[in-house]
Design a protein around this ligand. Sequence first.
Ligand SMILES: *Cc1c(COP(=O)(O)O)cnc(C)c1O
Length: 463
Amino acid sequence: MKYVSSRGTAPVLDFGDVLLAGLARDGGLYLPESWPSLAPDALSRAATASYADTAVEVMWPFVEGSVDHDSFVEMVADAYATFDDPDVVPLRTLGDGMVVAELFHGPTLAFKDIALQLVGRLFAYELDRRGERVTIVGATSGDTGSAAIEACRDRPGIEMVILHPSGRVSDVQRRQMTTVDAPNVHNLAVAGTFDDCQDLVKQLFADEPFRDRVNLSAVNSINWARVMAQIVYYVTSVARLTGGEAPVSFAVPTGNFGNVFAGYGAQRMGLPVAQFVVGSNANDILTRFLDSAVMEMQGVEPTLSPSMDIQVSSNFERLLFELYGRDGAAVAETMLAFRREGRFDVEADRMGLLAEHWSGARIDDAATSAIIAEVYRRDGLLIDPHTAVGLGAAAACRLDPSVPMVALATAHPAKFPDAVEAATGVRPALPDRLADLFERPEHFVEVPLDYSMIRATIESYLS
Ligand SMILES: *Cc1c(COP(=O)(O)O)cnc(C)c1O
């Protein structure tokens, strides 16, 4: 499989190159040159196959030519053996007939684990094949750092440095990062805000001598391999619900658009999907776009679902490339205008692809709390605020009640205990394997908000 950039001018690469490159050299995002098709009997087999077996079958065309088959089978099996449910992504039917797909059974209780547990292994494999080492640096406001750390811990060839704003992440979030005892994992608590941390990371990437010296890299959400790994649970969900004999709809609490774009990819591979419902919180750039065909930036407001507090959705560019008939020059022009003017619009004839299948709803914090409370009252089930946004959007946008509607549950309720307790009066407990989180020793260093000191700290880890 070859990969092309959404902006049309970066070199065409194979999977291994795309994995390590992340962003394309022309500023675009990589997509497969063409969408492979699911085998005619893939869905009937996936109805009873293990998650890992289906995962290998669905992803193989994307990695073929870059990864050895036996190694791939082993990496996929290892990645999903870290999940605490035998189905990996189990389905649960609620009292109102909605189906919830639980994406949070991985090591850090959030859906990022599904992609990152595999991507960490693929990174180490590709680096070993090339005899290279990388330093992965990232900033986190608390939600995503632990998934990246768990993905890369103890992996040869990878040194991992995560910056978080000191005193500004919750105790659970900090401990999920800092209690990891691995020689290649380094947590820096920066005396500053999340924006300061992000700026520092940008500065590190802009510092060419440093970047080359340490072979700087990232595993951020625009990496194609993350999207690829997320295609799988759309396939397993449809297979288990209808065997592929009838379509299914999906409601997706959306931030950077990686999750729901994976659903689009599954549909392009032949998966029968009736509707994609995008759920937003008050930061509703995407649902405004789906209503108006105008993408317009606004400020970011903190909400109960912080993983969706975004100003722009970076993976949307991949869908734009498809809407524009894979015209990279048109995408490049649109994205430059977006950066310049903070807005762009898509002509009506290009929106045709979306009109049939896509809708969105904005669920504010009050509605989010009400949904958490309602699901607890009716089903005795605690759900997290992101999941509640997806369920609220599903209810608002569902067109045909005879089509199963799957709402993706993207985080375990114990990941956001304050919001869940405020809505239900019940504080969700951490699962058994994390029950001793507050007794484990922490490993991190406090650093001042000082670029050269932070750079020197990182370099000290590599000698
Ligand atoms: C990252 C995340 C999202 C948003 O997913 P995108 O792929 O960025 O759209 C939603 N919920 C949770 C809990 C997340 O961690």
